[in-house]
Structure formats: structure tokens, C-alpha cells
Design a protein around this ligand. Structure first.
Ligand code: NAD
Length: 495
């Protein structure tokens, strides 16, 4: 059996981890550092540079040089081969990558290890796409021999900004299509979880990525992130994070009319119809929120249950939640890990208090947990609230924590209207054994992904993204490549 604890000590010993600019491992120009702490224990894992505007500028210049220089000479087949080599490096180091994520942001090791199919799949899917990008020859209305054709060119230097809740998948989903299309990248990971992204940069460099093609600048959103969003030589910002930050980034990018795509927050509905297979629906509805301690953009945090089965169903979800094993994610049996930071934990506790004040009833949880031996960590009990109404704060705002707000409904028309009555539109779950209901409801819910009798399915080949204030643009699938490409029309007078 893997001894994760000794491997953890070998991986991070509290020392300094530089960031990656122009193929070099460097400190911040300011010399400032930030601490990376394990959210389960509070232990110091490492320090990383606190990059700012000067570091972002150096990284953007390196990315521009690479884009116009050596990287532009790579053929699509060479970019494909490189992506496949990166996938092999990732596969060889997969356990360390997962361990790094578990230590840095708390996701249970059993869960991170299970993401291999998806992450390696992303690299290999986009490797395949690298050689399939092409334009068209288009008939036109001009008399004579005038040829018109399109070519699809890489958009240029991409600024990628990601949150802390899934550093491996989050960064690969932005880097892989950028490499496939011939773009270069400046990636700003979250200040809460930089370490795995630095490891990813190392693995990519070891696989042969030329200098400047991927640059990782660690730092805060207010400094490094904001500097990237306004940098005049960045052609596109791809952002995943909260809706408020997405709005700030969209505003910042307006000054230079950068292209922007935004994967933002959600308040996703899960609808349990009267005819649902309850035994199957209970664990899925519970884990639609509790996976990653609720720190997941697609968390199905509004649980709408047909009134006839509401009490029984919610009680069963609460029983399931109460049995989940909570602890340090490094223990293989842990199902629910910590909350990323004390600040985030206090924010969630605020929602728990507000929920009770506004009249919700606690089925289970509702409190912070102080776990023996993990006093420096941040843990919240998986919580199920009943007697929730649509107007309550816990039914409207994204909590980003392990909290389900359960509500009864009477008719399908009513539940569609209530499910859609949110500014968000990221995801939804529907549980029914009736084929017609599955079809009708999935078409009527305004969300980028709708899962029927399942939840959480995300695949490299299938588009993922939000509607309304959950953002715009799609990741995954063929559409995603278009986010990194410009179409150019070329006219040739052949007379
Ligand atoms: P956040 O918005 O606070 O931070 C995300 C990133 O933006 C971080 O790297 C941060 O440093 C940076 N940032 C912050 N302020 C900035 C600014 N002014 N300019 C530029 N960059 C800035 O989000 P978070 O707390 O790290 O993550 C949680 C949020 O992310 C939730 O709302 C969640 O729903 C969302 N999320 C969405 C998806 C999705 O695919 N739709 C996936 C994961 C997380």
C-alpha cells in the first residue's frame, strides 16, 4: 500500500518553489513570497513567489517571443507529438501530481487519483485535434477566377487565470487547447493552490515544451491576475473563477478589446421527480454537492424533490451525508476533505447561520468540525437543510461549501420555473425514470450541462460551460478549439 505520508514529506519540505518564466525557474522581481499551507493541517508546505505586474510583463514578453519565434515553426504534427509526450510524463508522475493537489488544496487522494482518465484524456484529445484544424475554400460571388479561402490561426498569447478547486484539470483544460492550436500561455494559478501548477510546468518542460510557450506566474489576483487581465500584449483571457471576478476581468479586458471566455459560478438545481429511482438517486444527489466538500462550481446545491417523496428522500440524503468519512485527504479512506482556507470556512459558516436565521431546518450537519489531530485544518460537516424557500440566502447564493438546500415541488412546470429562477446557468441534474420527462425537463432547464440520472460527468470531448451569469465560452469538445483560433479570409486573384 502506498505510504502517502512519507511521500508527502519528500514532496514538500517547507522550502521555496520558484515560478516558471521563459523556461527559467525564477523569484518575483519584488523578492516577495507567499505561503502554501495544507488546508487539512495548517502545515507549511512551501513558499512561492508573490509575482506582480513586472513578473507578468516578463512572462507576457517571453510568451510573445515564443509565439512569434520557435513555437510558430512547430508543425501541427509536432505539436501533437509534444502533447502526447506530455500526457506520458503526466501518466508517469500521476501519483505525485495527485498527492500535490491533495496536500495543497485538500481534495481527497482517492478522488484526485480518479481524475486520471479525464486529465490524460484532455491532453490526448487535444493532441488529436492539433492536426485537424483547417480552413475552407469558399465559393464567392465575384466574376472571374477569384479564390477565397479561410485559414484558422492561433489567437496569440493567452492569459489563463484559474481557481484553486481543481488545479490539475483546471490548468490542463486551458493549456492543452492552447498548445494544440499554436498559442502560448501565461498561467496565473490561484494564490491558494499554486504548487501543482508549478509541477505541471516542470513536467511539460521535461517533455520538451520550448521556453516561453508556457509561463506560470504565481501571485494574488489583485496584483498578478489584474496585471494579466489588462496587459496590452495579451490577446485572450481564459478565466475560471467566481462571477464577481469574471465581471472584473471582463471590464479590465475591455480596454484592449481582448477576447475573453469565462467559466464562472453556479447555483445548480437537482430535480428529483416522483418516479425517480430513489436508491440510485440518493448517493448521486448527495455527492452532487459534497464531492470536494462542495467546493465545485457545478455543485447541485438546490435540491428540488417532488412533495410526495420529499421527506423520505431528504432524510435518506442526510443519512448518507452523516456517514461520509471526513478528514485529511491524504488518508485513502477519506471521502470529504477540508475547506481551502479559514477565510472560506468562515464564509460558509456565515451561510449556515443565515440559513437558520431565515428559517431553514437542519437535517444533518450545520456546524464546523474540530477533528482530533487536525486542529489546524478547516472542516465543515456535510449539511442538509430542509424547509428552505426560494427567497432564502442559502437558496440564492453560491456557497461553495458542503451545503444542500432541499425544497419540495408540486408540478414539473413549477419546478422548471423555480430551477431557472437564478442568475446562474451552469449545470442541472434530473432524476426520473420517465423518458418523456427526461427529454422535456432537460430541454427546458437553462444550463450549460444537464445530467439525467447522473451528475458530474465531464469529458474532454463534450463541451462544458455556462449560460447567463455562469459565463460564456465552452471548454471541452470541438467548440473549445475555436476559443483559441482566429479565422482569416484570404482572397487570391488567379487571373
Ligand atoms: P476567485 O474568482 O476568487 O479567483 C479565481 C482566480 O482569479 C484566482 O487565480 C484569483 O487569484 C484570480 N483573481 C482574483 N481577483 C482577480 C482580479 N481582480 N483580476 C484578475 N484575477 C483575479 O475564485 P475562487 O475563490 O478561486 O474559486 C471559486 C469560484 O470559482 C467559485 O465561484 C466557482 O463556482 C468558480 N469555479 C467555476 C468553474 C467553472 O468551470 N465554471 C470551475 C471551478 C470554479
Amino acid at each position: 500500500m502506498t505510504d502517502w505520508t512519507s511521500r508527502a514529506t519528500a514532496l514538500y519540505d517547507g522550502g521555496f518553489r520558484p515560478m516558471f518564466i521563459n523556461g527559467q525557474w525564477v523569484s518575483a522581481v519584488s523578492g516577495e513570497v507567499m505561503e502554501a499551507r495544507n488546508p487539512a493541517t495548517g502545515a507549511l508546505l512551501a513558499t512561492v513567489p508573490k509575482g506582480g505586474a513586472a513578473d507578468i510583463d516578463a512572462a507576457v514578453r517571453a510568451a510573445r517571443r515564443a509565439f512569434e519565434g520557435p513555437w510558430s515553426k512547430f508543425t501541427p504534427f509536432e505539436r501533437q507529438a509534444l502533447l502526447l509526450r506530455i500526457a506520458e510524463r503526466f501518466e508517469a508522475e500521476w501519483e505525485d501530481l495527485c498527492l500535490s493537489d491533495t496536500l495543497d488544496m485538500g481534495m481527497p487522494i482517492a478522488r484526485t487519483l480518479g481524475n486520471a482518465r479525464r486529465v490524460l484524456g484532455m491532453l490526448r484529445f487535444y493532441a488529436g485535434q492539433a492536426v485537424a484544424i483547417h480552413g475552407q475554400t469558399i465559393p464567392n460571388s465575384f466574376p472571374g477566377e477569384i479564390l477565397s479561402q479561410t485559414v484558422r490561426e492561433p489567437i496569440g498569447v493567452v492569459g489563463a487565470i484559474i481557481p484553486w478547486n481543481a488545479p490539475i484539470a483546471g490548468s490542463v483544460w486551458k493549456i492543452a487547447p492552447a498548445l494544440a492550436t499554436g498559442c502560448t500561455v501565461v498561467l496565473k494559478p490561484s494564490e491558494e493552490a499554486s504548487l501543482t501548477v508549478l509541477m505541471i510546468a516542470r513536467l511539460m518542460a521535461e517533455a520538451g515544451l520550448p521556453e516561453g510557450v508556457l509561463n506560470v506566474v504565481t501571485g494574488t489576483g489583485a496584483d498578478a491576475g489584474a496585471a494579466l487581465a489588462v496587459h496590452p500584449d495579451v490577446d485572450k483571457i481564459v478565466f475560471t473563477g467566481s462571477t464577481a471576478t469574471g465581471q472584473a476581468i471582463a471590464r479590465a479586458a475591455t480596454g484592449t478589446l481582448k477576447h475573453v471566455s469565462l467559466e464562472l459560478g453556479g447555483k445548480s438545481p437537482v430535480i428529483i421527480c416522483r418516479d425517480a429511482d430513489i436508491d440510485k438517486a440518493v448517493p448521486v444527489a448527495a455527492m452532487a454537492v459534497f464531492a470536494n466538500s462542495g467546493q465545485i462550481c457545478i455543485a447541485g446545491s438546490r435540491l428540488f424533490v417532488a412533495r410526495e417523496i420529499h421527506d423520505d428522500f431528504v432524510t435518506r440524503v442526510a443519512d448518507y451525508a452523516a456517514k461520509l468519512r471526513i478528514g485529511d485527504g491524504i488518508a485513502p479512506e477519506t471521502e470529504i476533505g477540508p475547506i481551502i482556507s479559514a477565510r472560506q470556512s468562515q464564509r460558509i459558516e456565515g451561510f449556515l447561520t443565515t440559513g437558520l436565521q431565515e428559517g431553514a431546518k437542519t437535517y444533518t450537519g450545520g456546524t464546523r468540525l474540530d477533528l482530533p489531530g487536525l486542529e489546524g485544518g478547516n472542516f465543515i460537516a456535510p449539511t442538509v437543510f430542509g424547509a428552505v424557500t426560494d427567497e432564502m440566502t442559502i437558496a440564492r447564493e453560491e456557497i461553495f461549501g458542503p451545503v444542500i438546500s432541499a425544497m419540495p415541488f408540486d408540478t414539473l412546470d413549477e419546478v422548471v420555473q423555480r430551477a431557472n429562477a437564478t442568475p446562474y446557468g451552469l449545470a442541472a441534474g434530473i432524476f426520473t425514470t420517465h423518458l418523456g420527462t427526461a427529454h422535456k425537463l432537460s430541454r427546458r432547464i437553462r444550463a450549460g450541462s444537464v445530467w439525467v440520472n447522473m451528475y458530474h460527468a465531464i469529458d474532454p470531448a463534450v463541451p462544458f460551460g455556462g449560460m447567463k451569469m455562469s459565463g460564456y465560452g465552452r471548454e471541452g469538445g470541438l467548440e473549445h478549439l475555436g476559443e483559441y483560433l482566429e479565422t482569416k479570409a484570404i482572397w487570391i486573384n488567379t487571373d
